[in-house]
Design a protein around this ligand. Structure first.
Ligand code: HEM
Length: 118
């Protein structure tokens, strides 16, 4: 079970990498648009993150930090809303507002920082 939990954590990290990587491509040298790959990365991180939020496959002395997990879930929902609003505006031919675009990257980095620092 512990190995399976590590595999789910690996999948969670792949989701983070796809989301942050696809955002970074757009931010540095791209058109600063919202892309489908961001949604895919977010979905992978969300599904694996929710699986990790349950206390299974942990060593006996480890307790879960539910305040941290709840905060990460709220931030993930905000990122999802920003991506949704951004892609709706793009479909209407409007640009993505800088605050919205940068918000996606900053909040994604913030969630990774919360995961490792809190
Ligand atoms: C964009 C969203 C997210 C990012 C960038 C992200 C990032 C990360 C990273 C980098 C780790 C590895 C930490 C380590 O092993 O030291 C991690 C672990 C973890 N994440 Fe996420 N995460 C996200 C969303 C979520 C969500 C929505 C949940 C649950 C509701 C969640 C639950 C967990 C859990 C339980 C762990 C393993 C234990 C821990 O270190 O807290 N994550 N996450």
């Amino acid at each position: 079970m512990e190995t399976l939990r590590h595999i789910v954590l690996f999948v969670h990290l792949i989701g983070f990498a796809v989301l942050f990587g696809s955002w970074a491509v757009q931010a540095f040298g791209g058109k600063r648009e919202v892309t489908r790959l961001m949604n895919i990365g977010l979905a992978i991180a969300a599904v694996a993150g929710l699986a990790l939020a349950a206390p299974w496959g942990l060593p006996a002395d480890v307790t879960m930090n539910y305040a941290k997990i709840g905060t990460k879930l709220v931030i993930l929902l905000v990122i999802g809303a920003l991506i949704g609003i951004g892609s709706a505006r793009q479909k209407r031919g409007e640009g993505v507002a800088p605050a919205l675009f940068w918000g996606i990257g900053v909040l994604t980095a913030a969630n990774a920082a919360l995961a490792v620092i809190w």
